[in-house]
Write a protein that binds this ligand. Structure first.
Ligand SMILES: Cc1ncc(COP(=O)(O)O)c(C=O)c1O
Length: 505
């Protein structure tokens, strides 16, 4: 994770007033922090800085205001340690230190006492040594801290709003998120649930209550999906029927679906894997022709547009995960169901809450899988920027696609620009073990999505003897490179340069 830096009051004053002896150095630090979006200032400093600048050089006030708008603001926490810290430090230093600690930042200060006493205070003269040390730490696969700090003030307000409401389960935030997410997806109903697995289970259970599915019915699903899709089918007492993916998209091969349809087949459950939409037009036609339900797993593809329609509106019902690492990620577990089917919406709404719509009246034996108020409040903030975040992921993916040139690496393909939101940038390599070692040596984070195919998992012993050669090959060769809305240009350049040198003697 990249270091964040909080600037102390005096540093900002000296930088704005361009004090002769520090001017050049401080401005270089500021430039670095601003261009990398790593610089913070504490709320407790702002009015003091404004007062002192105005006193010394009122003409500089405009420059200060511009600077404050470009820096990010860290709160001054209310959890002041009156007994211990204050005894040693002055109040202002303690508040600054707390402010930096609240975001896990280092505090840049010239206060020598503070540098001696505090584990997180550093002198501006040492700043670039820290940056250098950090570079040596390499590039994480996903810097979630940085992703979420982009929303810090909004998330803080969302927390405060929820906290002060005193209502933490199924309140206004969940209602508003459900409304906003349904609108975003272009459907009538959204039902907030505890996680993505439950979203799929509750859809399947809901269809059972509606009489459209029954125990042991077969559900067609891609063989190379994340295991949760298949677990959902099993947990609903239905039978997963695995279908090989198309090797060029890693999504279910629509040409291989019909051969798997039997009298027991009642639904198709495609997954928009890695962020790219499955071939929904062709799959919808197969579903219609064979009178099958179409349910899609949108856990990895929030915001993707398939022929102008968003995921969440492409099937009879859709399941979403908002696991923290997803393109739209909560700060904990969260999920949602979307549908245009009013009856399914009512039933899943009831099933997520013990099977009850009216307090203490239970129509079904439901579960407890409600979207938390606090997560809904956070998600409402992040939903506002999901399209921008997806665009940044597309830019990163395009950079990789244009610049990775190594015959040992198979790059991902995409069919239409907006139908891919690049949750994962998955490459393939026959010498994956060597590539993994090489990336580790060069400190480039990477993840295998996924190392063992579902039908080879111990949990699915009944499927272990089945053979899916394309799936098995993908699981042997696939590897995901870092991709996110906060991956910097220099990080991408470094990754590409290294990958292009892989295997080159
Ligand atoms: C394709 C897919 N389906 C379902 C899930 C399950 O979501 P959750 O972790 O929120 O239960 C995930 C999450 O990783 C996923 O990637």
């Amino acid at each position: 994770m990249k270091n964040l830096y909080l600037l102390d009051t005096q540093f900002v004053i000296d930088a704005v007033l361009e004090k002769e002896e520090t001017k050049e150095h401080y401005l270089t630090i500021l430039e670095y922090l601003l261009s990398n979006r790593l610089g913070y200032i504490s709320t407790s400093s702002i009015s003091k800085i404004e007062y002192l600048i105005n006193k010394n050089n009122p003409g500089r006030n405009k420059i200060l205001k511009e600077l404050i708008q470009r820096l990010k603001i860290a709160k001054t926490p209310s959890y002041i340690d009156f007994h211990n810290k204050i005894a040693k430090k002055d109040f202002e230093s303690h508040l600054l230190e707390l402010s930096a600690m609240s975001i896990g930042a280092l505090l840049i200060t010239t206060n020598e006492n503070l540098i001696d006493e505090s584990k997180i205070a550093i002198h501006p003269d040492d700043f670039f040594d820290y940056v250098k040390q950090e570079k040596n730490k390499g590039i994480p696969f996903l810097d979630l801290k940085k992703v979420n700090y982009e929303y810090y003030p909004q998330l803080e307000k969302a927390f405060d709003d929820t906290f002060k409401s005193g209502w933490f389960i199924l309140g206004n935030q969940v209602k508003l998120f459900e409304k906003e997410f349904a609108e975003y997806c272009g459907v009538k109903y959204c039902i907030g649930v505890g996680n993505g697995l439950d979203a799929l289970i509750l859809i399947l259970e809901g269809y059972k209550k509606l009489g459209l599915l029954k125990n042991e019915d077969e559900v067609i699903v891609p063989a190379n999906t994340f295991i949760a899709t298949i677990i959902a089918i099993s947990k609903a007492n239905l039978t997963p029927i695995l279908v090989e993916p198309d090797i060029s998209t890693y999504n279910i091969d629509p040409n291989k679906i019909e051969e798997k349809i039997t009298k027991k087949t009642k639904a198709i459950l495609p997954v928009h894997l890695y962020g790219q939409c499955a071939s929904m037009e062709q799959i919808s036609e197969i579903a219609k022709k064979n009178h099958l339900l179409l349910i899609d797993d949108c856990a990895q593809a929030q915001g993707a547009l398939y022929k102008g329609r968003r995921t969440g509106s492409l099937a009879d019902a859709s399941g979403f995960s908002f696991y923290p690492g997803k393109n739209l990620g909560a700060l904990g577990d969260a999920g949602a169901i979307t549908t245009n089917n009013e009856a399914l919406s009512n039933i899943t709404k009831s099933l997520r809450n013990y099977g009850s719509n009216l307090k203490y009246e239970n129509k079904f034996k439901g579960v407890n899988s409600r979207l938390d108020e606090i997560q809904a409040a956070f998600l409402r903030q992040k939903l506002q920027k999901i399209d921008k975040e997806n665009e940044k992921r597309r830019e990163a993916a395009n950079y990789y696609l244009r610049n990775i040139k190594n015959r040992a690496i198979i790059l991902p393909e995409y069919r239409e620009k907006f139908s891919h939101v690049w949750h994962v940038f998955a490459i393939r390599c026959k010498k994956r073990k060597e590539l993994q070692l090489f990336l580790e040596q060069n400190r480039i984070g990477h993840v295998i999505h996924y190392p063992i195919p579902p039908h080879k998992q111990e949990a699915y012993a009944e499927l272990n003897m089945q053979s899916y050669p394309i799936t098995e090959m993908i699981h042997k060769e696939i590897l995901s490179l870092p991709i996110s809305s906060v991956l910097s240009e220099s990080e991408m350049e470094y990754i590409v340069k290294k990958i292009n040198g892989f295997g080159v003697k």
